[in-house]
Design a protein around this ligand. Sequence first.
Ligand code: SAH
Ligand code: MG
Length: 226
Amino acid sequence: MGSRMEKGFGQSDPQVIAYAHRVFRPEDEVLRFVREESRRKGLPDIEVGSFDGLHLEVLVRMVAPSRVIEIGTLGGYSGIRICRGLAPGGRLHTFELDPRHAEVARANFDRAGVGDRVTIHVGPALENLAKVAREAPFDLVFIDADKGRYPDYLRWATDHLRMGGTVIADNTFGWGQIGQDGSGPAIADGPLAGLRRFNEMVAVGGRFAGTILPTAEGLTVAVKVR
Ligand code: SAH
Ligand code: MG
């Protein structure tokens, strides 16, 4: 053991967690409706958790961005959070592979009163991102789609963010497996490998000042510095 104990990484005391939910009420009526509506419409239960959603909303409000990219729309839950933090006149381009998801998201954005600020691009994000490249530089990119492509999305973000622009990425603890030993095809090439590569690019790639917030899923947050 070292001479001095490190403080912990995150907080898992159930009483602290219950307290945080009680006091900060991470999800309001509109967002709860959107989450439930996404279930009724048959979308998978994979939007950001309520507290990760609140973190996202507050981080975006801090940045107050005008031009934002979201990769992975699902039913629009995180997109609504982002829209709440846009600067006046700001716009969100969100990218979704599945047209059924995009349709549910469209209705949810409208219901949440942010529909006029959002463009949904349906199809593979890497192809469609090229269509908005001429609007660069962007202020913020939120990455939350196919985990194997996180490094590609980060490369795109690096090229299309302004200096001082922000990257936020969800699920960067890789379902709790990010720190596991092992190699072999399943690990060397796949979602977990993508997440590991992504975190390394942020942490030691030289272009970002970044951290990984110890939420349940892991939320990587980084600022372009070079
Ligand atoms: N950000 C959402 C959750 C996104 S879930 C929220 O928190 O509310 C991941 C989404 O990414 C799914 O809807 C999935 O269809 C989409 N997706 C997967 N691969 C994609 C790709 N190549 N391009 C665009 N979207 C993709
Ligand atoms: Mg996610």
